[in-house]
Design a protein around this ligand. Structure first.
Ligand code: SF4
Length: 490
């Protein structure tokens, strides 16, 4: 990733062999045959050109095809109604003192529609990364680093997943230049579905990659937990009945103790007299039985008997059968109490083993999920309309559909146009960067033509699909069927 001040073209006067790129505030002056600081624009024979072709997605078109700029779109491959112009490779007009590069007419159910297509530049943006693991990645609020630079932090855990908040304007532009560059580079690679290794202060080294299993301290995670320890008790209590006298499900959140738990009481199970460490929440549910870690159930425990605080001789009995298991079924142990009421390891009976295996079967595959989140409520709107607040209102009223590379987005309620998108639903390598630093995101606004006119849109720039495509070097790929078709009147 280059520093804009180091761009060799930046201080040279414009000459016959030099073109100036005005797609971002860096304003690179690019020599013939070279590219600008972001590698997205190049000087091709004295002409400024976007390096990547414009991506159009077509329903019912299996192959990837290329078309040269200037040649007429033959329209014969699939109909215009099945072609969507994405923002990938569309070019940028930041800070949007010009209309968006492509404003394309189409039809849906007999209604005239329009899609405004651009590549937005986002300083206010970040990634929310969901890491499906109970292992301890680091304390909440701990810094997440790449190459020693802080690029985000650990945020509130979710059910079965640890959460990271990466990027954001403070890391991009509010810290040192090195921090901004490291943040932009890490976000770009993650958003483009590459693997990035992060180190968490006071925690683990984790390899993150959208759509792949996380790797924690060199070990690939396989399963996310079936539920917390209490939930696991609730789900499997009936299946243990008659095969075990006590089951303890070890979990960093809530450790469950079957005979004390409501599920065991419901089944009239005899209290075992085993008391685990930690803080009792409600009967059979215990918080903080151990410190968090990389052992059983996201705790630091390697020997499960460490969490047994005492065994009440008035309640327990010799021969009592005890199962200890983690919330993924990856760790399990079977004990039988001896005459002195000490748990002694023993071979696990087949019916008990079957339930442990069923816990594992009910665990979903552990994945990293990367959602991009950014604010499109700024000057980008001027590329769409002369009256930007009307675009914001139209998005909020769901008249205008916002997509990123054709992928559906979630728009946050309240002010602005704060969008979230799953990067795995977008075309590969959709994201770019500029060295200000900021990320470049393809974004499309689709609405009825009448609504576009009413919001003060750049109606004089609306062109038919064939004309838009004739203006660019175009790559065509098939529409991902898992995504809803974005051109529809609402
Ligand atoms: S950094 Fe890229 S977009 Fe910005 S002026 Fe240079 S070539 Fe153009």
């Amino acid at each position: 990733m280059r520093d804009p001040e180091d761009a060799p073209e930046a201080v040279e006067p414009l000459g016959g062999d030099i073109v100036r790129c005005d797609a971002c505030p860096v304003l690179c002056r690019i020599r013939r045959g070279q590219s600008g600081a972001c590698d997205r624009y190049a000087n091709e024979d004295g002409r400024l050109a976007r390096v990547d072709p414009l991506l159009v997605l077509q329903r019912g078109a299996p192959a990837v095809r290329f078309f040269d700029s200037g040649k007429a779109w033959d329209g014969s491959l699939v109909s215009g109604a099945n072609t969507f112009v994405t923002g990938v490779g569309a070019t940028t007009t930041y800070p949007d003192y010009k209309p968006a590069p492509f404003i394309v007419a189409s039809q849906a159910d007999g209604i005239d529609m329009v899609t405004v297509v651009t590549e937005g530049i986002f300083s206010y943006c970040g990634l929310k990364v969901k890491v499906d693991t109970d292992r301890f990645l680091g304390p909440e609020l701990a810094a997440v680093r790449v190459g020693g630079e802080p690029v985000g932090h650990v945020t509130t855990a979710e059910y079965g997943s640890q959460m990271l908040s990466l990027g954001g304007v403070r890391h991009l532009t509010g810290g040192t230049k090195k921090e901004g560059a490291a943040t932009c580079d890490a976000m770009l690679r993650l958003a483009n579905r590459e693997a990035v290794e992060v180190q968490i202060d006071g925690g683990a080294a984790v390899v993150l990659q959208a759509g792949s299993a996380p790797i924690v301290n060199g070990e690939r995670e396989h399963r996310m937990r079936v539920g917390c320890g209490s939930a696991t008790i609730g789900i499997f209590a009936r299946q243990w009945l008659g095969h075990a006298d006590e089951v303890i499900v070890v979990d960093d959140h809530i450790t469950g103790v079957l005979t004390e738990h409501q599920a065991g009481r419901f089944l009239d199970m005899r209290p075992s007299g085993i008391r685990v460490r930690g803080r009792k929440s409600t009967p059979g549910r215990y918080f903080k039985v151990a410190e968090p870690g990389l052992g059983w159930g996201g705790t630091e425990i390697i020997d499960p008997l460490q969490i047994v605080e005492r065994i009440d001789p008035a309640a327990a009995w010799p021969g009592m059968r005890l199962l200890m298991v983690s919330t993924t079924g990856e760790d399990s142990a079977w004990f039988v109490l001896d005459e002195a009421l000490r748990p002694v390891p023993a071979p696990m009976p087949a019916p008990v083993r079957a339930v442990v295996e069923r816990i594992a079967e009910n665990c979903e595959a552990a994945l990293c999920t990367v959602l991009f989140m950014g604010g499109a409520g700024g000057s980008l709107r001027a590329g769409v309309t002369e009256n930007p607040v009307r675009l914001t209102r139209s998005v909020r009223e769901r008249v205008t559909n916002v997509t990123c590379g054709g992928a559906p987005t979630y728009v946050w309620p309240g002010g602005g146009i704060t969008v979230m998108v799953d990067v795995t639903r977008m075309p590969e390598r959709s994201f770019g960067y500029v060295p200000t630093p900021a990320l470049v995101l393809p974004i499309e606004f689709t609405m009825p033509l009448a609504a576009y006119a009413a919001m003060g849109g750049h109606i004089d720039r609306v062109v038919p699909l064939a004309e838009a495509i004739a203006r660019a070097r175009v790559r065509s790929a098939s529409w991902p069927e898992a995504n809803p078709w974005p051109v529809r009147a609402r």
